[in-house]
Design a protein around this ligand. Structure first.
Ligand code: APR
Ligand code: PHB
Length: 392
């Protein structure tokens, strides 16, 4: 078998794998990325677009901030609404911090360009990846690439291969503890080249169900409505989407809504998932391979970045012989922040969605929660602190 060698083998060329590799390379640590799909396929995925300020700072440290600063839109706040109330959460006033509206697809593209500039080896189209010798001083990742079976020898393996990847499943089932909450609805999302209905995001808990008005730039919007899991994209014409969306957002916003053809339309299920531990021998799980959040709290990419923040310094320390304290603490440190973001995402989801078969009491609880936010600066500050991102 063709043998390659490196210091850190990274399985998965999504945002987690690329950001980890970029930061490690900047610290002088060698990496090789093994990605199952083509680069175009990875970049064709439409994902969320809200960056916590900690993620913005990490992208700066990785040297991938130029286009983000040119094209990204810093936001001072967002709105939470129901049929009566429109509550403004002013992050800037409450915490002194903002969030950055900049698509995950753009972040991923910037990271690929930065890795190319670094000359890092990124192999696309790999298959049959298997991980070995994680309890030895050297580990091996075997894979098929360009029709040939190859092996990548390394000191450590980073599992950045998402929920459906091989890394988490390499940790023996009896060692893993998995926690899951599946929500009985999905999000139908569209991209449309129209101007945003509002200058900040609107999260709407209407009597017809949840809706979210988000954006990518001043002429590209990302809007979502809550739909039953049984719905198919084909059930939703653009006109049906616009009719439903406009009756779920506050009427003063709906009156200025500009509609247009969708250029992308998809349905995503909602789930909360955590797999512990994040480390097994020389293997470290990062991002979606270890945890999934419902998108309501805008934490998906930001939690992946948080894992990378802890792991890149820990691996740099270990590879450069400065000790293994960081890698020994990685799982517990990263999980502490993961569970808080899990709680916030679950809270935002239960607070803003209608659950089939729920009783009138549940509806009153959502109303009272929003009413409390409207009248309590402390409650708004708590939400703002979680939304802009808890400290690393
Ligand atoms: N071998 C090689 N690559 C693999 C394998 C495998 N066996 N399995 C999956 N991959 C690749 C996928 O093709 C994908 O490009 O791993 C990558 C994982 O990327 P993501 O799923 O985007 O996960 P991550 O990088 O952790 O990013 C998390 O993505 O889903 C959003 O909301 C989530 O924003 C969060 C972010
Ligand atoms: C998005 O812009 O796609 C987006 C924004 C905020 C969320 C989820 C998705 O909570």
């Amino acid at each position: 078998m063709t043998t390659l060698t490196t210091q850190v083998a990274i399985i998965g060329g999504g945002p987690s794998g690329l950001l980890l590799s970029q930061l490690l390379n900047k610290s002088g640590v060698e990496t090789v990325i093994l990605e199952r799909s083509t680069r175009d396929h990875v970049l064709s995925r439409i994902r969320a677009g809200i960056l916590e300020w900690g993620t913005v700072e990490l992208l700066r440290a990785a040297g991938v901030d130029a286009r983000m600063d040119r094209e990204g839109i810093p936001h001072d706040g967002c709105y939470l609404t129901d049929d009566e109330l429109m509550v403004h959460i002013d992050f800037k006033e409450l915490t002194g911090k903002q969030v950055m509206v900049y698509g995950q697809t753009e972040v991923t593209a910037d990271l690929y360009n930065a890795q190319d500039a670094m000359g890092t080896t990124v192999l696309h189209g790999v298959s049959d990846v298997s991980i070995h010798d994680l309890d030895q001083s050297k580990s091996r990742v075997e894979f098929t690439h360009e029709g040939e079976r190859k092996v990548l020898e390394c000191l450590y393996v980073a599992g950045c291969d998402g929920f459906h990847g091989v890394s988490r499943k390499t940790i023996p089932e009896e060692t893993r503890r998995e926690f899951e909450r599946v929500y009985p609805f999905g999000w139908l999302g569209i991209l449309s080249e129209t101007p945003p209905v509002n200058d900040e995001l609107i999260y709407s808990n209407s009597k017809h169900g949840f809706a979210l008005a988000s954006m990518r730039n001043e002429n590209l919007v990302r809007y979502y409505v809550q739909v039953p899991l049984s719905d198919k994209v084909e059930d939703w014409s653009d006109q049906r989407f616009w009719d439903e969306f406009s009756r779920r957002i506050p009427s003063e916003a709906a009156n200025r809504l500009i509609t247009g053809p969708s250029i992308e339309k998809s349905i995503a299920p909602l789930r909360s998932f955590v797999s512990e531990p994040l480390r097994w021998g020389n293997l470290f799980l990062v991002g979606d391979s270890a945890h999934i959040v419902p998108p309501t709290g805008a934490k998906g990419l930001n939690l992946a970045a948080s894992d990378v923040f802890y792991l890149h310094s820990a691996l740099t320390e270990a590879v450069t012989g400065k000790g293994t304290g960081g890698i020994d603490d990685y799982s517990s440190k990263a999980l502490a922040r993961i569970w808080k973001a899990m709680r916030f995402s679950w809270q935002m989801t239960t607070m803003l969605h209608r659950f089939d078969g729920e009783d009138a009491f549940a509806e009153q609880m959502r109303k009272a929660t929003l009413d409390h936010l409207a009248h309590s600066e402390t409650a708004r500050r708590d939400l703002a602190e979680n939304y802009i991102g808890l400290p690393f």
